[in-house]
Design a protein around this ligand. Structure first.
Ligand code: FAD
Length: 497
């Protein structure tokens, strides 16, 4: 307890979206809140900067609106008026020598309409024929968690895995379907697949009913009745952290790397609590807290808990969560560099690239097409620009990321030219490296998370939140933040046992 204010002190370690959201959820509680961010800026994987004079997100750029958590925060901090809708979210798959439409009726790449799959050209004729066997095959036995590739492959064959499911999972987790957990990365489909003999039928049960014949071509993938499933902010999603920090009313410190966490040494009347060590060994600072929320990735969370008696099960489970590193290469071209009427004429918001095709870039977003307001903001220059974000690096491809920035930009530009026919070098580029970007929800992830939560629950006034647990998307991170805030408040209100 802080003797000056008599209000319990909650310290949140990590100033990414999860930590800042947790601080925001504590804003009206009778507690003092401090956020300790190790790096020099807030936001973690949310960050925005200019490329060729246009503010373009360096990390997360699209927020799912089918869950309320992210859009709710945006509204709460007064940014609802800044929301921008996508021009199109209709993606392609670059494979078999061409850009093919990503089938609309799919769930994380798992097709529900096998005729549409065949028409898309994403898989070969033989691949489409194999996929249609899903409708006749006997149910696939499944005992416990399995890799996505195993289960989906047993139903549809290897082409659907390689050319659809793996690229979609690669886009979200930078991971591989042969390692990722079916139960953790597609929980709704994993549950539905236990109710339907056919996986296509299970996927269909999770999708809105098909549009009436004739309307189908007007409803691109990624849309729902009443609008798109994604939104962003004019100026970038990277604006959100600063607004959230201000609205939280918390004391927010950057360059405050937390190096150690330990139970507060007993002092008369002090009650249970925590001591955090921040700063360098030469200039270390001790901070006392009544409750602590760890809103950091698995590795730092494990390191911090290593000094906490009784937390060894959590430390072990954190150690089992690997992370993929990646880079975002953002390229800006004059519009006439693209054939025809510019990038929009291609009709896509971007494309995915299957690993089996051996390219460096795994996903491309045509930013000025997906977010038309960006094209508008570039129009102030001498000629309109097209902005493209290329995502490089899947798990295990760290060597690729060792390349120098100009080399990575050249590689991304060359692959873009092969896919789209763009000519000439980009007018400007930016390379953003994300070391330890995305947690890998490999087989057994749900069990690992349960072990972490059970071990953390035995620690008085300790909670965890962030991308390592229930989903890497912003809404899922925000949901864990809300739960962590309510856990520490439950503890502080309940007599601190
Ligand atoms: C390139 C990229 C694109 C993405 N695109 C999208 C998207 O379009 N939509 C979407 O919903 N999601 C997207 N995601 C995922 C999403 O952005 C992240 O999962 C989410 O932002 C993670 O938030 P977090 O707060 O859990 O963690 P982080 O953002 O990692 O924040 C953790 C913070 O803790 C700090 N920290 C670490 N250790 C310490 C310590 N010891 N002491 C103090 N501070 C510490 C770090 O510096 C960091 O700021 C993307 C992710 C990446 C990498």
């Amino acid at each position: 307890m802080n003797p000056l204010t008599a209000r319990p002190h909650v310290v949140i370690v990590g100033g990414g979206i999860a930590g800042l959201a947790a601080a925001y959820f504590l804003r009206d509680e009778p507690v003092r809140v401090t956020v300790l961010e190790g790096s020099s800026r807030l936001g973690g994987k949310l960050s925005v900067s200019e490329v060729a004079g246009v503010a373009v997100d360096e990390g997360a750029e699209a927020l799912l609106v089918t869950r309320p958590e992210g859009t709710g925060l945006i509204a709460d901090v007064g940014l609802a008026g800044e929301r921008m809708e996508p021009g199109t979210t209709s993606s392609a798959v670059w494979t078999l020598g061409a850009l093919h439409p990503l089938p609309r009726r799919q769930f994380m790449g798992v097709p529900s309409d096998l005729a549409e799959l065949a028409r898309s050209g994403v898989v070969s004729g033989a691949g489409a024929a194999r996929a249609s066997q899903d409708l006749e095959l006997a149910p696939t036995p499944r005992d416990g968690d399995v890799p996505v590739a195993d289960y989906v492959g047993s139903r549809f064959g290897v082409e659907v895995v390689n050319r659809l499911v793996d690229p979609l999972l690669g886009g979200v987790y930078a991971g591989r379907s042969s390692d990722l957990s079916f139960d953790a990365t597609m929980p709704a489909l994993a549950a539905a697949s236990r109710r339907y003999p056919s996986l296509a039928e299970a996927a269909a049960s999770l999708l809105p009913p098909p549009a009436p014949a004739g309307d189908q071509d007007r409803a691109p993938a990624g849309t729902r009745s009443g609008g798109s499933v994604f939104t962003t902010l004019a100026g970038g999603l990277g604006l959100l952290p600063a607004f959230l920090a201000k609205a939280s009313g918390a004391e927010v410190r950057t360059a405050a790397m937390t190096r150690a966490l330990s139970p507060r040494p007993g002092a008369p009347g002090a009650g249970p609590g925590w001591r955090l060590t921040i700063g360098s060994a030469a200039a270390q600072e001790l901070i006392e807290a009544d409750a602590v929320i760890l809103a950091v990735p698995a590795r730092p969370a494990g390191r911090l808990l290593a000094g906490v008696p009784g937390a060894s099960a959590a430390v072990a489970a954190f150690g089992e969560i690997g992370y993929a590193s990646m880079a975002i290469v953002t390229l800006a071209y004059p519009r006439p560099a693209f054939p025809g009427a510019g990038l929009a004429a291609l009709g896509w918001s971007g494309y995915l690239v299957p690993t089996v095709d051996g390219r460096a870039v795994k996903a491309v977003t045509f930013s000025t097409v997906k977010w038309p307001h960006l094209a508008g903001s570039s129009a102030s220059g001498p000629e309109p620009l097209e902005i493209v974000r290329c995502s490089v690096g899947r798990i295990g491809e760290e060597a690729l990321l060792q390349r120098a920035d100009d080399d990575l930009a050249r590689l991304a530009a060359a692959e873009l030219a092969a896919a789209t026919g763009v000519s000439g070098a980009p007018a400007a580029y930016r390379v953003t490296r994300w070391g330890g970007a995305l947690p890998q929800y490999t087989v057994g992830h749900l069990d690992r998370v349960a072990r972490i939560r059970a071990a953390v629950a035995t620690q008085p006034g300790l909670a965890v939140c962030g991308a390592a647990y229930d989903g890497v998307g912003i809404p899922a991170c925000v949901a864990t933040a809300r739960a962590a805030a309510s856990q520490v408040m439950g503890y502080l209100r309940g007599g601190r046992q």
